[in-house]
Design a protein around this ligand. Structure first.
Ligand SMILES: [Mn+2]
Length: 196
């Protein structure tokens, strides 16, 4: 076994085809923030571009979405990306594990806290006047959290504009992913249990 994690390529891929959507995705945790491809949903692609930019991961995504349902396209893209990220994180050896930030965008302020724990969870606090619990874009955070096996707390602390609040959420997730996935602990598993 190679215990020098810097020599292990931290990449993941996933391809899928269901009755609703299909596609393939590849990610590289040690990238430069370059995002290629898309889902055909302009606003969602803008959000994914922000996520990759600030995580400094490289991503290539080709999704044939469900023309009848944005919900299916967004949810399945989250599952695919999460599955690829889980593969790229491998045994999670040597990572920081935790990441957190307060991310502003104009009047909106979002708190993002991430634990690459190996346990799936998504917890939401939100200003329901602007981002309701039924907001379709939130399906992405739910499905990626499930597939990537991480615990994510998203808090929309203040918002007056949906676009700004969502963009701060995606940028914030990028920032905390960069922090939590960064290598800095040699060959240690960052858990007292010894496994993530
Ligand atoms: Mn924007």
């Amino acid at each position: 076994m190679n215990t020098d994690n810097r020599e292990v390529s931290r990449t993941g891929t996933y391809a899928w085809r269901t009755g609703e959507t299909g596609g393939r995705v590849s990610v590289n945790l040690d990238g430069t923030g370059c995002f290629e491809g898309g889902t055909g949903l302009g606003f969602f692609d803008h959000m994914l571009d922000s996520l990759f930019r600030f995580s400094e991961f490289d991503g290539n995504l080709k999704v044939e979405g469900d023309p009848g349902s944005r919900h299916h396209t967004i949810e399945d893209t989250g599952t695919a990306l999460g599955t690829a990220l889980n593969e790229a994180l491998n045994d999670r050896l040597g990572i920081n594990r935790f990441g957190w930030c307060l991310c502003p965008m104009d009047e909106s302020l979002v708190r993002v806290s991430l634990d690459l724990s190996g346990r799936s969870g998504f917890y939401l606090f939100t200003d329901e006047r602007v981002i309701s619990r039924g907001e379709t874009m939130l399906e992405f955070f739910r499905s990626i959290s499930r597939a990537a096996r991480w615990t994510l707390h998203l808090g929309v602390l203040h918002a007056e504009n949906r676009h700004h609040a969502l963009e701060a959420s995606f940028k914030g997730l990028g920032l905390v992913l960069r922090q939590a996935s960064a290598l800095g602990r040699g060959s240690r598993i960052p858990s007292v249990k010894g496994i993530l």
